[in-house]
Design a protein around this ligand. Structure first.
Ligand code: CP
Length: 303
């Protein structure tokens, strides 16, 4: 059974096939409507979500599939102590694929070992968020292409699962990656190891200023308050690595600013009015990209 658990499993041909399909869907959505009439997608979110959950739901509906929603932890039998393994074993009997978000790293991989339907990791703690990466790559590809790209990834690189997945997926392309963060929020050792194994250079900075004029893309992330074991540690860092329109006066004219969202205060509202801001377009790209992903996993894209 095919699952999408981590971005490290995605090869360049996989990514290109998926993004080509997303582009095709963008150009002629009618051709894909009702393709999965009768299929059911289960949404199992043990952590909050706006974009991932709603865009998977929209993607499924546009393909003609139904969705079922486990609901919140509070309203489901998880509250009574049901294990993740039992939960997914029950839900696989109701659905053709599962989208799972869970606070524990490794949870999606574990769940995939208990079921015979595709599992899509929609975020496992501070681990991975590979479907976000596909929509990030789609957004970048449509603006700049994925080769000969210089990208700065800034903010919470330690706990940011979107960063971990994006950094690994970019090793399939000729991309120069620069990582900008405070010392305490550098990329985890495991991600640095994967990048090293893939032959990527890890260039780390504590300051955006010097590298900003070289960037095609600046990918900003939120400091993940909910992942800090110590709230004081979060407070010391919160508010650093914030950009505004003034910051971007040193950037290239065609710099693309991205953010997986939600943002707190790391991108000032005045950036929204500039041509650099692409984070809402990025979020909207979740629909065609997740339609392409579902198409591949549910069988219509057997290549
Ligand atoms: N980007 C992202 O995963 O957003 P949500 O947490 O709203 O799903």
């Amino acid at each position: 059974q095919d699952h999408l658990i981590t971005a490290t499993q995605l090869s360049r041909p996989d990514i290109e096939a998926m993004l080509d399909r997303a582009r095709e869907i963008d150009e002629s959505r009618e051709a894909f409507e009702q393709r999965y009439s009768g299929s059911v997608l289960a949404l199992c979110f043990f952590e909050p979500s706006t974009r991932t959950k709603m865009s998977f739901e929209t993607a499924a509906k546009r393909l003609g599939a139904e969705t079922i929603d486990m609901g919140s932890v509070e309203s489901s039998s998880v509250k009574k102590g049901e294990s993740l393994a039992d939960t997914v074993r029950v839900i696989e009997g109701y659905a053709d694929a599962l989208v799972l978000r869970h606070p524990s790293e490794g949870s999606a991989k574990m769940a995939s070992e208990f079921v015979d339907v595709p599992v899509i990791n929609a975020g496992d703690g501070a681990g991975q968020h590979p479907s976000q990466t596909l929509l990030d790559l789609h957004t970048i590809r449509e603006r700049h292409g994925l080769d000969d790209l210089t990208i700065g990834i800034m903010g919470d690189l330690k706990y940011g699962r979107t960063v971990h997945s994006l950094a690994s997926a970019l090793t399939n392309f000729d991309a120069n990656q620069h990582f900008i963060s405070p010392e305490s929020l550098r990329l985890p050792r495991s991600v640095r190891f994967d990048l090293h194994e893939a032959g990527a250079q890890v260039r780390e900075h504590t300051d955006l200023e010097a590298i900003l004029p070289e960037l095609d893309v600046l990918y900003v992330t939120r400091i993940q308050r909910e992942r800090f074991p110590d709230e004081n540690e979060y407070r010391e860092i919160a508010g650093e690595y914030r950009i505004d329109a003034d910051t971007l006066s040193a950037a290239r004219e065609d710099l693309t600013v991205m953010h997986p969202l939600p943002r707190v205060d790391e991108i000032a509202a005045d950036v929204d009015e500039t041509d650099h801001a692409r984070y809402f377009e990025q979020a909207h790209n979740g629909v065609p990209v997740r339609m392409a992903l579902l198409d591949m996993l549910l069988g219509g894209g057997s290549e």
